[in-house]
Write a protein that binds this ligand. Structure first.
Ligand code: 5GP
Ligand code: ZN
Length: 112
C-alpha cells in the first residue's frame, strides 16, 4: 500500500533488521525496543490491523504466531515471551499495517 512504512520494509525499500522471513510473513527488530528482544511480525500483504488480517487471511494470522514462537526460540526464549497487538490509535497503534509485537527477556520501556 502506497505510503505504508511496513509495506516499505516488506518490499525492501525501507531498511530493517530482518530476523525471519517466509513467503507470507516477515519478522524484523523494532527500531525502538521495549524489551531485550522486541521483534515485529507482519504479513507481506497489507491489512490495517489484526482483526482485519484474521478475517481476510486466517492462515496468515496463525502464521504470525508460529513465526513469533520460532523467533522467540531463536533468540533464546522458547518458553517465555509476550505477544501483543495494538489496535486503534487510542490503544497505541501508530503503524496501520497489522503487526504482532514479540517481547522477550527483560522489559526495558513502554510499548508505544
Ligand atoms: P504500534 O505502536 O503501531 O503497535 O507499533 C509500531 C512499532 O513500530 C513501534 O514499536 C515502533 O517502535 C516501531 N517502528 C516505527 N517505525 C519503525 C521503523 O522505521 N523501523 C522499525 N524496525 N520499527 C519501527
Ligand atoms: Zn502496509
Amino acid at each position: 500500500m502506497e505510503g505504508c512504512l511496513f509495506c516499505g520494509i516488506v518490499a525492501g525499500d525501507v531498511p530493517a533488521q530482518v530476523v525471519h522471513s517466509t513467503d507470507r510473513v516477515v519478522a524484523f527488530r523494532d527500531i525502538n525496543p521495549a524489551a531485550t528482544v522486541h521483534v515485529l511480525v507482519v504479513p507481506r500483504e497489507h491489512h490495517a490491523h489484526a482483526a482485519e488480517l484474521a478475517d481476510a487471511a486466517p492462515e496468515v494470522s496463525a502464521e504470525l504466531v508460529t513465526v513469533a514462537a520460532a523467533v522467540a526460540a531463536d533468540e533464546g526464549h522458547p518458553d517465555d515471551y509476550r505477544l501483543v497487538y495494538n489496535t486503534g490509535a487510542g490503544a497505541g497503534q501508530t503503524v496501520f499495517h497489522a503487526h504482532l509485537h514479540l517481547l522477550a527477556g527483560e522489559l526495558t520501556g513502554p510499548l508505544a
